[in-house]
Ligand binder design. Structure first.
Ligand code: ADP
Ligand code: MG
Length: 481
């Protein structure tokens, strides 16, 4: 028997807005002091009424456009009823029958729906008490649901990272998993298929939902664990139970939390306190208006880098995932659009030298970001391209820029790193080196090619790496002929 995994994801992400989803309390999930950003609406005092936050609706519509989904024209909010202290009204306002977005595709994965709901309060249990912080209650929350078509943990992680990047690009959310701004639930099932048969005709197996995945690593490990666990159940001819499981980070195991409730348990019904929305009747929700506010998307940027500038897919991914690198590269492109050679040179410097700084720069407010601006980087690359500095000199300048910041031309001036190509000037140096290295000259004349490299090296040393090595080479050969 073969066991073929299937994964579908449900991802929640807090949306960045000024105020909460249905009231004007401040939306600040980072607030440390409990129960500061609350009001009678978000703590559910009787008689209060919710008001829809247009900014949050716009955020979801923009996400819908970015994934090529269908934007609803008619939409409404529903009450999802359940009893738990994190939900003060006794129900969560969500969307059931008419999500704002249906369909679409992200990172090659088909999307089922994207809807808008409200976040819950935070419940903190200590030894004696359970404490509730309502700062988070009512913060607008996106839920994105994928079709059950993801094949493995790596693909699930790739998808989640792509969504994070999209939310950040659209400036609709921070999507920081460690801060709980983005939370992943993974539905995992296995199909049991005879070794020699194709699995296409075999229906999906019973799924298990794993909740509370708070990092990309947890997503990966939990899915892998769950695949192994279910496989051993099926191998023992037992049945997988449909349930919700949690993830124990310390033990690196999933554990049973509760038997899965069906949607009928929630008694969904349209919230009578909120108006239905006719999206086309609201001018600021029009596609044309929203499109104007959507910047270049990650997949568009990736294609542009690949197709127009010949970047390898891994390099394109690296630039697209890091706004700082993309900014460096875009500044170069803007200035030197026609000069493919210079652009190639710049991308090499980014993938080697700048990436090297990133490895050693662990500070949060990146020294790299502070010290090497796109403008200065562009200037340095054009200095290298025009042979004003040698590649060795460029490395010195770049190090200086990284350590202290500053303009590369000024640094080159101060450190005497402008490449010297003046033949009459370099001739004197060549003569001096020749007079000091009789043995090497002899070796060279008797055919030892490497001696020439040594002599050029001496010339570079003598000039603090500022001589143009090509010119030195020419002068040595001329002299020794
Ligand atoms: P429910 O009604 O239990 O919430 P849904 O059909 O709404 O189930 O699907 C919820 C999530 O579970 C979706 O991401 C979907 O892709 C995924 N899913 C559904 N069935 C399976 C399955 N058999 N195996 C893996 N994932 C599944
Ligand atoms: Mg569901």
């Amino acid at each position: 028997m073969k066991y073929i995994p299937t994964i579908g994801l449900e991802i929640h992400a807090e949306l960045k807005t000024k105020t909460k989803m249905f009231c004007d309390s401040k939306n600040n999930p980072a607030e440390k002091k409990p129960n500061i950003n609350i009001c009678p609406v978000c703590v559910a005092h009787p008689g209060t009424l919710p008001v829809i936050n247009k900014e949050a609706v716009k955020h979801i519509l923009k996400i819908g456009i970015a994934i090529g989904g269908n934007l609803a024209d008619f939409t409404e909010f529903d009450r999802k009823n359940y009893f738990y202290p994190d939900i003060p009204k006794g129900y969560q306002i969500s969307q059931y029958k008419y999500p704002l977005v249906s369909g679409g595709n992200l990172a090659g994965i088909a999307i089922t729906r994207v809807h808008l709901e409200e976040d819950t309060a935070r419940v903190i249990h200590d030894k004696e008490n359970s404490l509730i912080d309502f700062n988070r209650a009512g913060i607008p929350l996106m839920e994105m649901v994928t079709e059950p078509i993801i094949k493995n943990a790596a693909q699930a992680v790739f998808f989640a990272k792509e969504l994070q990047l999209l939310l950040r690009t659209l400036a609709v959310g921070g999507a920081n998993m460690e801060k709980g701004e983005m939370r992943v639930e993974a539905n995992v099932s296995l199909r049991e298929v005879a070794d020699d048969s194709s699995h296409f005709s075999v229906p999906l197996g019973t799924k298990v939902e794993v909740k509370n995945l708070n990092s990309f690593r947890a997503v990966e490990h939990a899915i892998d664990f769950e695949i192994k666990r279910q496989e051993s159940i099926l191998k023992n001819s037992e049945k997988v139970i449909q349930e919700t499981r949690g993830w124990n980070e310390d033990k690196q195991q999933t554990f049973s939390q509760r038997l899965k409730e069906g949607s009928e348990d929630y008694r969904y019904f349209p919230d009578p306190d909120l108006p239905k929305l006719q999206i086309s009747a609201i001018k600021e929700f029009s596609k044309e208006n929203l499109k104007k506010e959507i910047p270049e998307l990650p997949r568009e940027k990736r294609e542009r880098y690949k197709n127009n500038f010949g970047l390898k897919i891994d390099d394109a991914n690296m630039f697209v995932r890091d706004p700082y690198l993309a900014k460096l590269f875009d500044e170069i492109i803007e200035k030197f659009e026609k000069n493919k050679e210079l652009i190639k040179l710049a991308s090499n410097y980014i993938t080697t030298d700048i990436a090297g700084f990133m490895k050693i720069d662990k500070s949060l407010d990146k020294k790299l970001h502070k010290n090497i601006s796109a403008k200065n980087f562009t200037e340095l690359i054009s200095m290298i391209y025009e042979n004003k500095v040698s590649s060795r000199g460029a490395k010195n300048i770049l190090n200086e820029m990284y350590e202290r910041g500053g303009d590369p031309a000024k640094i080159a001036e101060e450190k005497n790193l402008f490449q010297r190509s003046d033949e009459s000037e370099l001739k004197k140096i060549v003569e001096k080196i020749i007079s000091e290295n009789e043995r090497v000259i002899k070796d060279f004349k008797s055919g030892k090619e490497s001696s020439l490299q040594f002599l050029i090296g001496q010339g570079m040393k003598e000039t603090n790496c500022s001589a143009n090595p090509e010119i030195l080479k020419k002068l040595f050969i001329d002299f020794l002929k």
